[in-house]
Write a protein that binds this ligand. Sequence first.
Ligand code: AOF
Ligand code: ZN
Length: 329
Amino acid sequence: MRAALDAARTGQRGANPLVGAAVLAEGRVAALGWHRGAGAPHAEVEALAQARRAGNDLSRATVVVTLEPCHHHGRTGPCTQAILEAGVRRVVYATEDPTPRARGGAQALRRCGLSVVSGLLAREAASLNHRWLRAVAQDRPFVTAKVAQSLDGRTAAVDATSQWITGVQARAHAHQLRARCDAVLVGTGTLLADDPRLSARDPQGRDLPDQPLRVVMGTTEVPPGAALRSGRWCHLRTRDPHEALAQLAGQGVRHLLVEGGARVTTAFLAQDLVDSLVVYQAPLLLGAGAASVADIGVTTLTQARRLELDREPVRLGEDVLLELSPVER
Ligand code: AOF
Ligand code: ZN
């Protein structure tokens, strides 16, 4: 289970949980697998495929997985079925799957005669996914907020010029992030200032295969010639992030990317609705320019909102990518 938990951390935080799996066969860890993110195969399917490729006899094998195997036809098939087809004897998992669509795997496997054990290292597994678990419990999309900023936390210079603070590689990464999300949201202020397309594009400017829903939030009207109208888009006439999330959940959005500007990002942060923060940190100073985050109600250091790194920082050209989760208060 420790090896499975380590493998789980390799995945991407988002609408799907981080999940890792190990196959125990012939007295050792025969294979490890992890879930790479929404749309990709689930952890146990990866681990079983790996074990099979290595030529292991699975008839007496155990599958160890950090989350109860799913029992639904989602973007991929049910893991319960993959486990049954592999012919293993025993399944050990850490925490229950709380989602109404996917849960029930343990019971289904027991009914088919497998030995199923739960609760191993459950606390560690739950803490790995506590933000995801919270979003599921609140029945709202998982929220990733993206900030591209100067070293001194600015997103524009004093005269409002803001193209380009980050370099080509960081921008390419940000477009891949858009493609992984179901929807990308900006406020009406950013819409009027930048007229963004909000599409996911490759460095040559071509659309990537997966395109997010483009969302504008705020009470100002969307101009008839706005660039984002060239794709699937919607306007949420509210300034309340809770209300916006409820409406998006109703449209089937499970992973929302909040792209700014500062007013919208601040509103989500102030309501503690950011589950994951992605920062592209550029090595330049803008001095008195616009700040990436405004008043979130912190007036003294003890009230500071603390975040922790989900993984090691990554260098993208001249810029640095930071992936963070807010620490529970
Ligand atoms: C598993 N193993 O590795 C993961 C599971 O996006 P889908 O349709 O592939 O399904 C995602 C849901 O499946 C997710 O919300 C969670 O309930 C479960 N995730 N289950 O057996 C895995 N990632
Ligand atoms: Zn599954």
